[in-house]
Write a protein that binds this ligand. Structure first.
Ligand code: NAP
Length: 285
């Protein structure tokens, strides 16, 4: 039988990534486990790329499940014995479990991206372009979620335009790829006119993760435009706070993080996750 849920809850929950020390998922999933009164814990495993192939069969023997993050999402999709429709559509796995020893790969980043966009969506986005900065792993789920909505087109600004072209082709969506430029006041290399025309600007680069850099100046956004930052921080990122201070609607990546985590929890255990407990663990507010 095929399903989007594990028939038996995983015997062990792990996060596979490299690096993983910064991840909020152990705290967030730990909070969900406690709120549901479930035993066990969620462990972050730092797995260098050359160790993944050895580790996966061992996790299968243990009946483990969990999440997958940078840089393993595509590799686990290739290694899976079965992919759910979401994982096939995005071409990446962020959630997995085992069914009779078979690795099942699923994708809840797509549901997370949908939730993040719904929270900010407005009629402006149906007629004006959505501007996506970056063309990496997180952009894949965003582009698929965007393809499900009516909008005034998608423009992707990329430092490596060929990567954006390959991504759009892989997920089968129509986007206009714009090469990033060095000579602009935007850290992400975007021309001002592109920002002014957009109904929604999404930062899918790591800009602002380690410092307080704004990917694009908040004052460039049209008054009715919104900003979605996939980077997250307790209380919101510096860019989100700066956008709000000039009257723009803005959210950081915690909604996507919490929603993908809650959907993964349901896939493993067949019960709803306590999203309030998960929000509290990632710094509500
Ligand atoms: P990724 O696969 O490494 O892709 C990053 C993208 O940003 C690439 O297109 C890269 O260009 C571009 N980029 C990197 N630094 C740049 C710079 N200084 N200027 C312009 N472009 C730059 O990363 P990802 O998985 O997509 O993640 C992106 C961010 O989103 C990270 O901060 C991550 O933590 C966050 N994220 C959040 C969630 C969530 O749930 N909220 C989920 C996933 C990711 P090149 O191709 O030229 O390197």
């Amino acid at each position: 039988m095929t399903s989007h849920r594990a028939p038996v809850p995983p015997a062990r929950l792990v996060l596979l990534g490299h690096p993983v020390a910064h991840s909020l998922s152990p705290a967030m999933q730990g909070a969900a486990l406690r709120a549901a009164g479930l035993p066990g814990r969620y462990e972050a495993l730092d797995v260098p790329p050359d160790r993944l192939a050895d580790l996966l069969p061992r996790l299968g023997d243990e009946g483990a499940g969990g999440n997958v993050t940078i840089p393993h999402k595509e590799a686990v999709a290739r290694a899976a014995g079965r992919l759910t429709p979401e994982a096939r559509r995005v071409g990446a796995v962020n959630t997995f479990w085992h069914e009779s020893g078979v690795l099942v790969g699923h994708n809840t980043d797509l549901g997370g991206a949908r939730a993040a966009m719904v929270a900010l969506w407005s009629p402006a986005m149906e007629v004006r372009p959505v501007l996506v900065l970056g063309a990496g792993g997180s952009a894949a789920a965003l582009l698929v979620a965007l393809a499900e909505r009516r909008h005034g087109g998608v423009r992707v600004v990329a430092r490596t335009p060929a990567r954006a072209e390959r991504l759009a082709e892989r997920v089968g969506v129509n986007v206009a790829v714009v090469p990033a430029e060095a000579h602009t006041a935007s850290v992400a290399g975007v021309r001002r006119a592109l920002v002014e025309e957009a109904g929604l600007v999404i930062n899918a680069t790591p800009i602002g993760q380690r410092d307080s850099a704004d990917p694009v100046p908040p004052s460039w956004l049209a008054p009715d435009a919104a900003a979605l930052d996939l980077v997250y921080a307790p209380g919101g990122t510096a860019w989100v706070r700066a956008c709000r201070s000039v009257g723009r609607r803005a959210e950081d990546g915690r909604r996507m993080l919490v929603e993908q985590g809650a959907l993964a929890f349901t896939a493993w255990f067949g019960v709803e996750a306590d999203r309030d407990a998960m929000w509290a663990a990632v710094g509500d507010g």
